[in-house]
Design a protein around this ligand. Structure first.
Ligand code: SF4
Length: 354
């Protein structure tokens, strides 16, 4: 069993679950007994921080009691997140947990990262003599920050790091750095937590104990959604966007790791509607490791501001091939058009005719 501080810093580990099973209170005690009041407060703090700052936040782990409260706050936060019953919130919380872990992993030893990778079923190998880390290409493709995967053909060296060809692939394994591995584990953990939250049911006793906080979060979400729906993206009318672009936009705004083609299509689409680079950048700023200079480079490359080519948004057929046309959300206008831009102008025409 690992040290208590490690369990508190990494509450998703199987060792932490085992610790709670062997030493923790029952769910009923956790929800109602006075000694666990602090864990309940921290549980809500995790959710608040994840929602507002995309990071569940750091607390003192100076003594045993601090560590135990931190450990117990994790299942509490998860149970409350389930009861809030909103997939956007669950994604946001999963990202907050995973991002906090990422920041801590940057300061851990490579052997610790390898152990975490094993828990998350990420296939990595370490050669201690050469101090190299290698990852199986499928795990790399699944978890690498996809916006760097294929975007850039002529980019300066510092922007090319996530391109597969620059990784020295051999026998199906690619070479990555300690920091890259931490970033890959962030994505893997985010996905795992999110999937777990989506499959759990709300427990009535959890709902009853935290009903005022749950309602507060639900109100915040309603307000935020109204704000997003009402907020214009530059001169673009959100409500006239085709379902494909709405989906990509909402995934970016909830901090999801959107596939390369999704980002590419959205940038090219918005650029055709004459949105400026700064207006487009604003949309990307909620990504977990958003870096303005990198994203600006990528956006300017697509829009033609920094290259000789202005890329065009793909048509509906290609969007379907790339798996980014949400077929279940296609409406009557979708059935008439062959390009997302035609959808948008069709919607404007419809409005004028009213
Ligand atoms: S049919 Fe075309 S416009 Fe409609 S959602 Fe699919 S890709 Fe977008």
């Amino acid at each position: 069993m690992r040290e208590l501080t490690t369990l508190a810093k990494y509450p998703f580990l199987s060792d932490t679950r085992q610790y709670i099973k062997e030493n923790g209170p029952s769910v009923d005690e956790l929800l109602h007994d006075l000694p666990y009041e602090r864990a309940r407060i921290i549980g809500i703090e995790r959710l608040d921080n994840a929602f507002k700052n995309r990071d569940v936040g750091e607390r003192s782990l100076a003594n045993e009691s601090d560590c135990i409260m931190e450990i117990l706050s994790y299942p509490l936060a998860r149970m409350v997140a389930v009861c809030i019953g909103d997939s956007y919130f669950k994604k946001r919380y999963a990202l907050g947990e995973a991002y906090h872990v990422y920041k801590q992993l940057l300061n851990e030893s490579t052997s610790f990262l390898l152990a975490v990778a094993q828990e998350l079923n990420v296939n990595v190998q370490h050669n201690p003599e050469k101090n190299t880390i290698k990852i199986f290409f499928k795990d790399y493709l699944h978890n690498a920050p996809t916006r760097y995967r294929e975007w850039i053909h002529n980019a300066p060296t510092r922007y090319r790091e996530w391109k597969m060809v620059n990784r020295g692939i051999s026998g199906g394994f690619l070479t990555i750095s300690h920091k890259d591995l931490a970033r890959i584990l962030l994505e893997s953990l985010r996905e795992r937590i999110n999937e777990e939250l989506l499959t759990r049911e709300c427990d009535k006793s959890v709902y009853d104990t935290f009903s005022s906080d749950i309602q507060r979060f639900q109100n915040l979400l309603t307000m935020q959604k109204k704000k997003i729906e009402a907020a214009p993206v530059g001169k673009v009318s959100i409500e006239k966007l085709p379902p494909c672009m709405k989906d990509i936009l909402s995934a970016i705004q909830s901090g999801e790791n959107v596939p390369h083609m999704g980002r590419f299509s959205l940038v090219a689409f918005l650029s055709s509607l004459k949105l400026s680079t700064n207006e487009i950048l604003k949309l990307f700023s909620s990504a977990p490791d958003y870096q303005e200079d990198k994203t600006r480079y990528q956006v300017e490359h697509i829009t033609g501001a920094s290259s000789s080519t202005e890329y065009k948004c793909p048509g509906c057929e290609k969007m379907r091939t790339y798996g980014i046309c949400p077929v279940d959300k296609m409406d009557d206008v979708c059935k008439k058009v062959r390009h997302p831009l035609s959808y948008y102008s069709n919607k404007w025409k419809q409005e004028k005719q009213k």
